[in-house]
Design a protein around this ligand. Structure first.
Ligand code: NDP
Length: 442
């Protein structure tokens, strides 16, 4: 059996994890063949095995007094270049396979940022939708009552992801502080008043737009007057819309797991403020957009990829854009694709884009802005100091440009087409591999 088949056989019933490993293997295994020292030290095989997986029971009592039981996880995948770092996801679709795929991607992403962070990911199958604030708090407290033993500001520093925003980070941090009786930067994405970094909420969406701007520029183009379709309506989507509007583009779609809205005239700053309030405060659904803006249309159970656009930015979840969607986007004139979410395009969709020479920015590069600013939050916490908005934004832009340059360095093909996937995978791999060799067989 070849390396990939061995890994697949070792992880049966974990389709997302095997998908992520296969996508990376496509580029990294041939690179290893050309660089035999990585083969000798079995770096790829070792990277595909988490250093530690913690799985635990999360019991809590709902508002009716009924006992609920969820399952919690933390996957500590690789700590070669720094303490484990990666978000917590609260969503009913969370499984060990999903978190292992996210942790695996996170290792390479964190390496690309140039900051000293290893990779991890965690979460639970708890669904925050429809739960009261008190229920979310009781869940978060129970979750942290086990997790606190396994994390720490020099060991593993979780952050937010789907279903985990400022509210959840607050509840988790409060419980950690109570249990440990210490105030440390153990989580990122904290409120500004208690150790959070300015620009952290904006970072993933802004970083995506900075990365895409570099791609557009290298193709003698810009965001000016471009039509963009975006999926999702959470943290990443909202700030991608904000920055895209600032750069002169017109964003026409947003979605959630129930359907999408199409606003042909474009989502303005005022309309975006409505979405932010709707999603973050009222915790409503995207279809309520058309009650406020009746000129827009809502499509139940559909994804926004049948809408004509110049640029598509999937910002919701994994495997939300498949081969047929990719073909439809291209047929409708889409010329650039950037992943705001993690692995939103299936492998087949990514192949369609690359075969048509569409610049395609993979999530581990294009959405690395979030973890990059989390890294800057850790630095500020260690210094016990806060940097200005301008300074953090400037550092974010600088990091996104460095990632872009790494992708170009390792991803430029003979005809000049930049395969950003190849660039990101090899660029991220080399640093981790070198650190693993230096540290021996551990
Ligand atoms: P949020 O929870 O803020 O928003 C997620 C959005 O995606 C919601 O609109 C949600 O709709 C939708 N969504 C979630 N699951 C599904 C699903 N199974 N099918 C369809 N739609 C779905 O999360 P974020 O914006 O933080 O995260 C979005 C993506 O970006 C994820 O892939 C995440 O891993 C990635 N990411 C996030 C970073 C961050 O800093 N937050 C950093 C890097 C990557 P609904 O409300 O219906 O669930």
């Amino acid at each position: 059996m070849n390396t990939l088949d061995v890994i697949k056989a070792k992880n049966p019933g974990e389709p997302e994890f095997c998908q992520a490993v296969s996508e990376v293997a496509e580029y990294v295994l041939p690179f290893i063949e050309q660089n035999p020292k990585y083969k000798q030290f079995k770096i790829f095989e070792r990277m595909a095995e988490p250093e530690r997986v913690i799985m635990f029971k999360v019991p809590w009592v709902d508002d009716k007094g009924e006992i609920q039981i969820n399952r919690g996880f933390r996957v500590q995948l690789n700590s070669a270049i720094g303490p484990y770092k990666g978000g917590l996801r609260l969503h009913p679709t969370v499984t060990l396979s999903v978190l292992k795929f996210l942790a695996f991607e996170q290792v390479l992403k964190n390496s690309l940022t140039g900051l000293p962070m290893g990779g991890g990911k965690g979460g639970s199958d708890f669904d925050p939708k429809g739960k009261s604030d008190s229920e979310v708090m009781r869940f978060c407290q129970s979750f942290m009552t086990e997790l606190y033993r396994h994390i720490g500001h020099n060991l593993d520093i979780p952050a937010g992801d789907i279903g985990v925003g400022k509210r959840e980070i607050g509840f988790l941090f409060g419980q950690y502080k109570r249990l440990k009786n210490e105030f440390t930067g153990v989580l990122t994405g904290k409120g500004n008043e208690w150790g959070g970094s300015l620009i952290r909420p904006e970072a993933t969406g802004y970083g995506l737009i900075y990365f895409m701007e570099a791609i557009l520029k290298s193709n003698n183009s810009s965001f000016e007057n471009k039509v963009i379709t975006i999926s999702g309506s959470g943290n990443v989507a909202q700030f991608a819309v904000e920055k895209a509007i600032q750069y002169g583009a017109k964003v026409v779609t947003l979605s959630d797991s129930n359907g999408y809205i199409y606003d042909e005239s474009g989502i303005t700053t005022e309309k975006l403020a409505f979405v932010t309030e709707l999603k973050d405060v009222k915790r409503g659904r995207i279809k309520e957009y058309i009650e406020k803006y009746p000129e827009a249309k809502y499509f139940e159970g559909k994804k926004p990829w049948d809408i004509k656009c110049d640029i598509a930015l999937p910002c919701a979840t994994q495997n939300e854009l498949d081969e047929n969607d990719a073909k439809l986007l291209i047929a409708n004139g889409c010329k650039f694709v950037g992943e705001g979410a993690n692995m939103p395009c299936t492998a087949e969709a990514a192949t369609v884009f690359k075969s048509k020479k569409i610049p395609f920015a993979p999530g581990k590069a294009a959405n690395a802005g979030g973890v990059a600013v989390s890294g800057l939050e850790m630095t500020q916490n260690s210094l016990r100091y806060s940097w200005s908005k301008e300074k953090v934004d400037q550092r974010l832009k600088g990091i996104m440009m460095e990632i872009y340059n790494t992708c170009v360095k390792y991803g430029t093909e003979a005809d000049g087409y930049v395969n950003y996937e190849r660039g990101a995978n090899i660029g991220g791999f080399v640093k981790v591999a070198e650190a693993m060799i230096d540290q021996g067989v551990v």
